[in-house]
Design a binder for this molecule. Sequence first.
Ligand code: ATP
Ligand code: MG
Length: 424
Amino acid sequence: MFDQQRSTNRDAAEAFRIMSVLAEAGFVAHLAGGCVRDALLGKTPKDYDVATDATPESVREVFGKSHTLAFGASFGVIGVLPIKSANQNRDAPLTPTEVATFRSDGQYSDGRRPDSVHYGNAEQDALRRDFTINGLFYDPISESVIDYVGGQADLKSKVLRTIGSPHQRFAEDKLRMLRAIRFATTLGFQVDPATTDAIEQHAADISVVSGERIGAEMRRVMTSEHSADGLRRLVETGLAQHVMPGLLDIDFDRLTRLRKHLPCDSFAAALACVAIAGEASHQILLQTSRDWKLSSEETRQATAAVKHHATLIRAAELPWSKIQPVLIDRDRDVVVSVATAVATADDDDQTGLEKVRGAIRWPADRLNPPPLITGDDLREHGIPAGPMYRIVLQTVRDGQLEGEISTADQAWEVVKHVLSKKRT
Ligand code: ATP
Ligand code: MG
C-alpha cells in the first residue's frame, strides 16, 4: 500500500525507518490517522504520523535526545528528526516525524483539549480519534490496515462519521464540528445523519474555539474544489452564523459558478469570490480578516480582487489610466484570476480581459513607462509641497498613460495648467 510512496517520498521513507527502529527495540509502531486514510483513497498524504506503544521517554531514548524534539510531550508526541545523508544540503530544514504514544484522553473541560492523557494500547488510541476514516492504522510488519472503528467501510461508502457518540465527541472538542465539514468537503463525502444532527445541536459552541483555529479549517474548506458545497453545509448546520456570518447572505448559485472557474490554490482569491457572491463584500472581508487573524498580505490581496476585478472586466471601455495601475500592482495576479472567474461565471464579454492578458505580456517599460516628472522635480521648481502634488502628478501620469503627452516639456505645460486652474 505504501510501496511507491516509500521509494519516492522522503517523509514516507523516514516514517518507515522510524517504525523499523522502534520494532527492533521491541515496540509496536504503526502509521496512524490521515496518512492511512489518504493512502487508501489513492491520495498523497500531507504527512506521515507514527503511533507507538513506546512512551515519549522511550522514544527519546531509542533515537537519542539530540535526534528528537519534545514538542508535544504533554500529549505524548515526540518529533523524531531524520538522519541526514552526506549529499543533503547542510542548511536544509529538518522536518521531524511525529511519533505519538498510544493514548486515551481524560476529561475535557475547556471544549478543545483533554485535561490529561493516559497511555494505552492501539485500540484505545483509535477510539480517541475524531472520525472513523481518521482512526485507521497501518502495520508495516504484517503490511495490513488495522481497523477498530469501521473506518474502511466508511471510506468505501464515502461517509464521514464520528467515532462513538457524536454528541459526546463534539461536547469534548468543539473544533471537531468544523473538522467534520472540512473533511467532508475536501474529500467529497456525505456527513452521516446522526453526526449532522449533533453538529446542528452543538453549532453555537464552536465559539469557544479560537479565531485562528477556525480560520485554519476554513482555509481548507475554501480552497477545496467543493468549497461552495462546504460553505452551504456550514449554513445548513448552523455553524456559519458563528464562523463566518457573511455566508448567511451568499448567493450560492453564483458562488458555485465562480468557484468552477477559479484555480483552487489561492485562499485570497477564494475569499474574494465568497465576498463577491455576498451582499456586503467589504464587510465580509473586514470581519473575516479580523476574526481569523489573516496576514496583511492575504487581506490586501482579497481586498484588491474585490475592489478591482470589475475594472479589469470593463477594460475595453475604460481609460487605460484606470486599468494600468491595477496591472502594475503586486496583487495583479489574484485580481486577474478573480476577474476571469467572475467574467466567465457571469457570461460577460471577455474583450476587456483579453486586452488585459495582452498588456500583461508587454515589456516592463511599455506597461509601466517611467514618469515624465516626479515630486522632486516639482520641489526643485519651487512649487510648495502640499496636497496639490498628488493632483498634479496624477494628472500628468494620466495624460502620459492616455498617450496625450510624452515629453517633460509637455508635462510642465500640464503642471502649469493645473496650478493656474487651482489659483482661479
Ligand atoms: P490532514 O493532515 O490532511 O489535515 P489529518 O487526518 O492528518 O489530515 P491532522 O489534523 O493532521 O489531520 O490530525 C492527525 C490525526 O489526529 C487525525 O487523522 C485524527 O486521527 C487525529 N486528530 C486530529 N485532531 C483531532 C481532534 N480534534 N480530535 C480527535 N482526533 C483528532
Ligand atoms: Mg495530518
